[in-house]
Design a protein. Structure first.
Lengths: 424, 452
């Protein structure tokens, strides 16, 4: 979803400029209204986390022109909201004046999205938020919590009406999402991709090797600590003197890691020859792809002077593991990809978020994929924690190590016309 | 960064243009004479700036109703910026112009306000999207740098508080020889603590902001187009108008948010207020259409609504009329029996768009930096609003006359993060066409994709 969102945002810019070819059925849509999320402590569940007496709000104004990216017949992704928002949270401490946390969320240049899903043949619609910065570094629901909130979507002659109130429950909080958003009809469709002549595609032969590994186990934990930065900055976040720890582990590993090699050839090579060429490094640089459905758990403990201690856990969303090109081959990364929805360190407690992490550019941990050992039944990737937090608000570090076990599922190799090559 | 800003502007312009036009205008160094050189110096920005303030009787807080408010504004700038130094020749003399921009804040940065109302609540607000511009003034061979640009709105949030202009005297000024600035690799310390007192508020400005300038880079006078773009010749036809008369009373009604959590955190519960704008009667502006140079002039005139002949298909005209003078906006608010009133200047503009034989016009007050005209009273940020619009179905036919009158009616009610703003009143603007100019310019077009 994160990758799709980035594609959609990039496509907005491209489509705005001209007629560069895009996938069909994308277009600009008029959007009006805003979205308000409010939350407050749930008296029945807040005491255990130390998050009683909290109330907060976040408003997202809609972009004046959104962009519709149709992912399939059933799902449409609409880049809807501005890239920044203001988060306001107040927590009542024992006998003291309420502590106010004020933050700005979002990633510059990255719109938050609405995923609109057509649920059945009758054409019923539902909408979900995707990729919000949520409560930023203040106490409140995480991005994943708000992503689960469904909005009522009513189709009409002029577009889709998303106005309404939706209650949600997220750990120690109860909340409401109030939407006045209305999405108009698509103004302009980008032209379809120009088809490549079938003959040209048939003529081009590709020698390839593809290794599919299953993600069968992740052991170890990442752990670290953080402190609020002093001065006027901590007063803004209501976090002066705050310190805390976090621990991160994978509770269920499930996914696929694919590494492939390919090159254009004129003469067909058989499976053995292709495997030999890949091992010899003559098939070029490897490319990687991951489909991560693992579940992880992050736990934070935060002590803020004048407020009850906060201890909370949160299940991180899937998609944290990614294969990326590196100088000598490929790396497996556990990262945030500049995406608030992949912020693995956020829980309902106040604390650092992706913006303290070089604005989400740095990864939490990474390790080299042993490309020379590809083909072995089991591969192990050691991923030491590598994060130094140094942002506005908090500083800290994340250490420890994860060991990822990959088990070979399938190897495909040979030569085929380009369009039939089973590459990721 | 200037490339980024230019490209962003280019993209914005392109998005406003129809797909068939597919071109944007190259930005040039206009109005300052002949450009001799352009040096860009990257800057790393560190530190922050804090304004602590309270209502001050000595400067009239009773009259404004600002006495109950006290609080802090904290500005956390973006980490990167750029100083651009242009040298140009005008009337036979060499001049210099310096522009210093600290990038878009966003990403957990910006201006953060926490303001307490005596006997009331606490307003917490942030302005994350500010593009901060330093005042960099060149006098002879010395550049004076200060943390406020022209029309700066760095400290404007929805909470009550001083405006940027009130803090001017308390902002540190650093003077750097121009020759030294052009060598780069220099730290410009804009830190310091100074008191201020103006317009109902008094307090202290404490800054730890420092610019560390990097290696200067001489920019090419004719830079190549950005990747994916190419330069093309384009025809530009420009019509100048002046406002012969403007009449009407413009106002807006402000109400605090109705959601109890939202309004409590912004201290806008139960707040009501009004805005009143004084519309200046003297103004001038242009409406422009840009398109392929091969298309005949008649097509452009048709797109501008000036001719019945010609094919306007695929051409879109847009422009604006800046209403100069001393336009002011007055705000009055009432909350829990406490009144606040203040006025500020603004830069209202009448924007005009002609497309498909229809005219769209919109009148809105904005500051030069794009944010709305905030006063010192609490209230909405008014970004791009309140707005008055011409009915959508209006034909471009009246523009064929030398003089035409536009009638603008209130636009829709807008919500602004804790406030609702409902424009009211009508505006009649009489435009007189003064000049039509045509020229060929360099534009940017998206390069066609390479065939595989």
């Amino acid at each position: 979803v994160a990758a799709l969102r980035r594609s959609a945002v990039a496509a907005v810019l491209v489509a705005a400029c001209a007629s560069a070819p895009l996938a069909s059925a994308d277009g600009t849509v008029p959007i009006r209204g805003s979205l308000l999320a409010t939350w407050h402590s749930d008296p029945a569940h807040c005491a255990a986390d130390g998050l009683c007496g909290v109330q907060g709000a976040m408003t997202l104004p809609a972009l004046e022109g959104g962009f519709e990216f149709r992912r399939s017949r059933a799902i449409t992704d609409v880049s809807t909201f501005a890239d920044s928002t203001t988060v306001r949270v107040e927590q009542q401490g024992a006998g003291a004046a309420p502590r106010v946390c004020l933050d700005t969320g979002g990633v510059s240049g990255t719109a938050s999205d609405l995923l609109i899903t057509r649920t059945d043949h009758g054409g019923r619609l539902s909408a979900h938020l995707d990729g919000l910065a949520a409560s930023g570094r203040c106490a409140g629901p995480t991005s994943a919590d708000l992503d689960r909130v469904g909005l009522a979507a009513r189709p009409g002659s002029g577009g889709i009406d998303l106005a309404g109130r939706t209650a949600f429950h997220a750990g120690p909080f109860d909340g409401t999402v109030i939407s006045t958003v209305r999405i108009g009809k698509v103004h302009s469709r980008a032209p379809s991709q120009q088809p490549i002549p079938p003959r040209a595609r048939e003529r081009s032969l590709t020698e390839y090797v593809r290794y599919d590994y299953r993600l069968t186990g992740v052991t170890g934990t990442l752990s670290g600590s953080f402190t609020a930065i002093g001065g006027p900055l901590c007063a803004t976040l209501g976090a002066c003197g705050a310190r805390g720890t976090f621990g991160f582990g994978v509770t269920r590993s499930h996914g696929l890691v694919t590494v492939s090699y390919a090159r254009h050839v004129r003469v067909r090579a058989n499976r053995r020859q292709a495997l030999r060429a890949a091992a010899a490094g003559t098939l070029g640089h490897p490319e990687g792809y991951s489909q991560d459905l693992s579940r992880s758990l992050v736990r934070t403990v935060v002590q803020t002077p004048g407020l009850p201690g906060c201890t909370a856990s949160d299940r991180s969303v899937a998609g944290l593991f990614a294969v990326v090109p590196a100088r000598h081959g490929l790396e497996l990364e556990l990262g945030q990809e500049n995406d608030p929805s992949l912020d693995a360190l956020r829980t309902p407690c106040p604390g650092p978020d992706f913006s303290d992490n070089n604005h989400g550019q740095a990864t939490l941990a990474h390790g080299a994929l042993p490309v020379r050992a590809l083909g072995r039944r089991v591969l192990e990737v050691v991923m030491p924690g590598s994060l130094q937090l140094e942002g506005f608000g908090y500083r800290g570090h994340l250490g420890g190590s994860l060991t990822v076990q990959l088990t070979l599922q399938r190897v495909r190799a040979g030569t085929a016309p380009e369009r039939k090559v089973p590459l990721a | 960064m200037s490339r980024v800003v230019t490209l962003a502007a280019a993209v914005l312009l392109a998005s406003a243009a129809p797909a068939s036009a597919q071109t944007v205008t190259l930005f040039g160094f206009a109005g300052q004479g002949q450009e001799l050189s352009h040096t860009a110096i990257p800057a790393h920005v560190s530190g922050s700036l804090k304004v602590s303030f309270h209502g001050d009787q000595a400067t009239g807080c009773v009259a404004y109703g600002l006495c109950p408010y006290s609080g802090t504004d904290t500005w956390v700038p973006a980490r990167s910026g750029q100083v651009d130094v242009f040298r140009f020749r005008k009337h036979g003399r060499t001049h210099a112009l310096a522009i210093a921009i600290i990038g878009f804040a966003g990403q957990g940065r910006g201006t953060f306000s926490k303001v307490t109302r005596a006997g009331g609540g606490t307003c917490a607000d942030a302005q994350p999207d500010a593009l901060d511009q330093l005042a960099a003034t060149v006098h002879g061979r010395v550049v004076s740098m200060r943390l406020d640009g022209r029309g700066s709105t760095t400290f404007q949030t929805r909470c009550a508080g001083p405006l940027d202009g009130d803090l001017r005297s308390a902002l540190t000024v650093r003077r750097v020889p121009l020759a030294r600035l052009l060598r780069g690799r220099l730290a410009v310390d804009l830190g310091g603590a100074q008191a201020f007192a103006a317009h109902g508020f008094a307090g202290t400005v404490t800054s730890t902001v420092e610019l560390r300038l990097g290696k200067p880079k001489r920019q090419r006078r004719h830079p190549p187009p950005p990747p994916g773009f190419r330069t093309v010749k384009q025809r530009e036809v420009e019509v100048s108008y002046r406002v012969a008369a403007a009449s009407g009373g413009l106002g807006a009604r402000i109400t605090g948010a109705s959601d109890p959590t939202e309004c409590a955190l912004l201290d806008s519960c139960g707040l009501t207020g009004t805005l009143a704008e004084r519309v200046p009667a003297r103004a001038a502006g242009i409406v422009t259409v840009i398109g392929p140079v091969r298309r005949p002039r008649a097509d452009f005139l048709a797109a501008l609504g000036l001719s019945r002949h010609g094919d306007p298909q695929g051409l879109q005209a847009f422009g604006g009329i800046e209403l100069r003078g001393v336009p002011t906006v007055s705000e009055r608010t009432l909350q829990d029996g406490l009144g606040c009133r203040d006025a500020t200047t603004m830069q209202p503009a009448l924007s005009i768009e002609l497309s498909g034989g229809h005219l769209r016009a919109r009148y809105a007050g904005e500051s030069e930096s794009g944010t709305g005209p905030r006063t010192r009273c609490p209230g909405p940020l008014l970004v791009g609003s309140p707005a008055w619009i011409a009915p959508r179905s209006r034909s471009t036919a009246p523009l064929r006359k030398q003089t035409t009158t536009l009638r603008l009616v209130p636009g829709p009610t807008r919500s602004d993060d804790g406030y609702t703003l409902a424009p009211a009143g009508t505006l009649r603007v009489t435009l007189t066409r003064t000049r039509i100019r045509e020229r060929v310019i360099n534009g940017l077009a998206v390069s066609p994709p390479r065939s595989s």
